[in-house]
Design a protein around this ligand. Structure first.
Ligand code: PLP
Length: 457
């Protein structure tokens, strides 16, 4: 690596800028068809994309995907791309897993949505319990919604107003979680569009891995629930210290708060998610994205005692809308996919393959980093691998914010794509699906090596 001068994440700024410019040009030069299609059709969307964050990918303009199969995309210009982003977990089991695609075809003959359950829904409920444990389930369409509804229940049954979240967390676009810490105080995160409420009235923010900070907030008596991912997968990748989760469980119980574990990303850990693999004991369990094989679906489950408390509360509340539920949620298509995915796709065998491939990727990237003496590190959570352009381990969201190197990362992302490998935007996350081949992993490692060689030249 460079030994002197203006360094970003260990890379010389002038070198980084030269590589970034060249890679952006190479991307654009090879995608004339995409560029022309966007020029014709994009203006009909607000800010030229159907979802605003599609602009946040680092390439000069977005890819237009033509087909997606297994762990591979083909774009409009005909490039085959090894997909390690996998819809940022929505397609963690591969694109259109066969049993799920078959379930979609079958259900399409019997209606898409009718606000009533099916027998398949009952089978899916049994499978959810078999996979994730003894919870009383509800179905939502996004993990954002599942978390919002879980928080309503937590406030209802505890009678307390606030949620405790960790600095740097992400649980979807849940308003309550959009807080950070400044000078030791919880504040609304800057940058939220149209924000009018002071979110510190709804939430309290602690640092991950800081049990005494958590206890200080619980002592106020205001905390209805602790909402956390088992690993902070949205803040680089911050692992819990050995006693952190046991400590959270004990503190939640001691102070009468519920523990909500959001497994939306850590479902990569293995069968039953991090909760099952590492023996956590949440009061409320949330998982979304890939749980129905890519069909928009999320589930949230209450432990039987919490469910009983909620039903008692529900029986006594004034009539009117609960603030939970959306019209298209729990539709028969979701259940058909949920059943197919839980029974035939999300299996121990699939996880064994994913784990093996992800370990190969972790070791490969780690060896490249060591070879180039980059001050970087790699973290893996089951099938989920992240390289971080700073030294580790990271302890909390503040460490992660300092470790994040947007310019270096954006350059690497585009350069990887130019070498046929797509990784998740915003940070450096890669998923290994059951469909991911060894040679795809080796190609990614080789591309990473080539790029680091150029960056450190
Ligand atoms: C941990 C976690 N929870 C919830 C969500 C929200 O999922 P969705 O965008 O499907 O609402 C995300 C999205 O990235 C997430 O990472």
């Amino acid at each position: 690596m460079a030994g002197s001068g203006d360094l970003i994440g260990g890379i010389r700024r002038d070198r980084l800028e030269a590589v970034a410019t060249r890679e952006a040009k190479r991307f654009a030069a090879g995608r004339k068809k995409t560029e022309a299609a966007l020029a014709k059709g994009a203006e009909r969307f607000l800010d030229a994309v159907p979802m605003h964050w599609m602009k946040d990918w680092p390439m000069p303009f977005p890819l237009l995907v033509e087909t997606a199969r297994g762990a591979r995309l083909t774009d409009l210009d005909g490039y085959d791309i090894d997909d390690f982003c996998l819809g940022d977990t929505g397609s963690m089991f591969g694109h259109s897993p066969k049993p799920v695609a078959k379930a979609i075809r079958r259900q399409a003959r019997n209606g898409l949505t009718y606000m009533l359950p099916t027998e398949t829904a009952l089978e899916a409920g049994a499978l959810l319990t078999e996979r994730f444990g003894d919870f009383r389930w509800q179905i939502a369409t996004t993990a954002t919604d599942a978390n919002r509804f879980a928080l309503r229940v937590a406030r209802a049954v505890t009678g307390k107003p606030k949620v405790l979240v960790f600095n740097g967390c992400y649980h979807g676009t849940v308003d309550d979680a959009m807080v950070t810490i400044r000078d030791g105080r919880t504040i609304t995160r800057p940058g939220l569009t149209g924000q009018v409420t002071d979110l510190a009235t709804l939430a309290a923010c602690a640092e991950f891995n800081d049990l005494s900070g958590v206890e200080a907030l619980l002592k106020t008596g205001e905390i209805a629930a602790i909402l956390t991912e088992p690993v902070m997968t949205n803040s680089c990748m911050v692992l819990p210290e050995p006693d952190f989760h046991a400590g959270l469980r004990a503190l939640a119980t001691k102070y009468g708060a519920l523990l909500i574990i959001d497994e939306t990303h850590t479902i990569s850990s293995g069968l039953g998610g991090y909760t099952n693999v590492h023996g956590l004991d949440p009061d409320i369990f949330v998982v979304g994205k890939c749980v129905a094989g890519g069909m928009p679906t999320a589930v949230w489950g209450l432990r039987p005692k919490v469910a009983a408390d909620y039903l008692r509360y529900n029986a006594g509340r004034p009539s009117g809308h609960s603030g939970m539920g959306t019209t298209l949620s729990a539709n028969p298509m979701q259940f058909a996919c949920l059943r197919a995915n839980l029974a035939e796709v999300m299996t121990a065998r699939a996880y064994a393959r994913m784990e093996k491939g992800a370990k190969r990727l972790e070791e490969g990237l780690g060896a490249v980093i060591a070879k180039h003496k980059a001050p970087w590190h790699v973290v893996r959570v089951g099938a989920r691998v992240e390289f971080i352009c700073a030294e580790g381990p990271l302890r909390n969201g503040s460490d992660a914010a300092a470790a994040h190197q947007p310019e270096v990362e954006a350059t690497i992302h585009t350069a990887l794509l130019n070498r046929g490998c797509l990784i998740a935007p915003f940070h450096n996350m890669m998923l290994v699906s059951p469909a991911t081949k060894k040679r795809q992993i080796d190609r990614l490692v080789a591309a990473f090596d080539e790029i680091l060689t150029e960056l450190s030249a």
